[in-house]
Ligand binder design. Sequence first.
Ligand SMILES: Nc1ncnc2c1ncn2[C@@H]1O[C@H](COP(=O)(O)OP(=O)(O)O)[C@@H](O)[C@H]1O
Ligand SMILES: [Mg+2]
Length: 236
Amino acid sequence: MTSLLELDNVTTFYGQMRILEGISLQVGAGELVCLLGGNASGKSTTLKTILGIVRPRSGRVLLDGADVTDWPVPRRIARGVAIVPENRRLFGQLTVRENLELGAVLRRGESLADDFDRLHALFPRLLERRDQLAGTLSGGEQQMVAMGRALMSRPRLLLMDEPSMGLSPALVQQNFQIISDIHATGVAVLMVEQNATMALSIADRGYVLSTGSIVLAGVAAELLRHDELKRAYLGR
Ligand SMILES: Nc1ncnc2c1ncn2[C@@H]1O[C@H](COP(=O)(O)OP(=O)(O)O)[C@@H](O)[C@H]1O
Ligand SMILES: [Mg+2]
């Protein structure tokens, strides 16, 4: 069966520095997969390589089996990939609604009414706050806007870079619930997380990165029980 996303032996450099060393991974349609690993292991670089912000030196990125390695970012977004970036990257001087509309820029001319209805069902808070400047929202609300903005492009694959970063424990819990809810609507998710236990508790499968290589991969429930993973990568 063809995967929605496949990385085939991807090696990515920044200048002279090799960051990813022959990464291969797959995400199937509707799957929830987490990418774990310590600081500077290459998690964000992997997501950037998938979206096309950085290009691999060798290897291939495939969407629905098609080689998109040379495609620019907008073409990949049009094909169904969206990202909730690290630190959210909202436009603080724009309203919630304006930030959300930016997620739909590639759908110019289409009505967004249905999308707003669905988003507001998922995040009632964003309806209340639609005219508020994004920069004045709480961290949890900003995370909802970042997720909402990504959903406005109607993705089939949502990339999330440390979505629980900077949130209080109560909000982290709520955040994972929201990710589960998004996944339950049929969207595939590839989620980068430091919070390995919580990520694995909602994921189907996981991969563990260490200095640019995948050192462990498997079904989430098995990774949760994996002693080596706990000792070496989860700091427990
Ligand atoms: N734009 C860049 N230029 C040079 N080096 C970078 C750049 N972005 C990240 N790096 C380096 O690549 C390595 C992996 O970074 P990153 O993918 O952000 O790791 P992670 O998300 O796992 O913390 C780090 O050593 C980081 O310093
Ligand atoms: Mg990162």
